[in-house]
Design a protein around this ligand. Structure first.
Ligand code: FES
Length: 81
């Protein structure tokens, strides 16, 4: 699965770097390195709800360092099964 984190200017200001780092950590922690391809992406046209993350076709809103694990567990991991 491709997981893209927006690094457009608005999302960048809202902390996309932290979201990427946290997702990297979670991918490793849950041992799904071979199933998740983490990528940075340009603006997803969803700036007011950033940080935007796209997991396959699903667009996840308002990602941040604090809710990243919950998003990962509820929106990403189940899609890998
Ligand atoms: S900058 Fe991230 S959605 Fe526009």
């Amino acid at each position: 699965m491709v997981v893209k984190v927006c690094v457009g200017s608005s999302c960048h200001l809202r902390g996309s770097y932290d979201v990427i780092e946290e997702l990297k950590r979670l991918v490793k922690q849950y041992g799904v390195e071979d199933k998740v391809d983490l990528q940075a992406s340009f603006c997803m046209g969803n700036c007011q709800n950033g940080v935007s993350v796209r997991a396959d076709e699903a667009l996840l809103h308002n990602a941040n360092k604090e809710n990243c694990e919950e998003l990962f567990l509820t929106q990403v991991l189940p899609l890998l099964k």
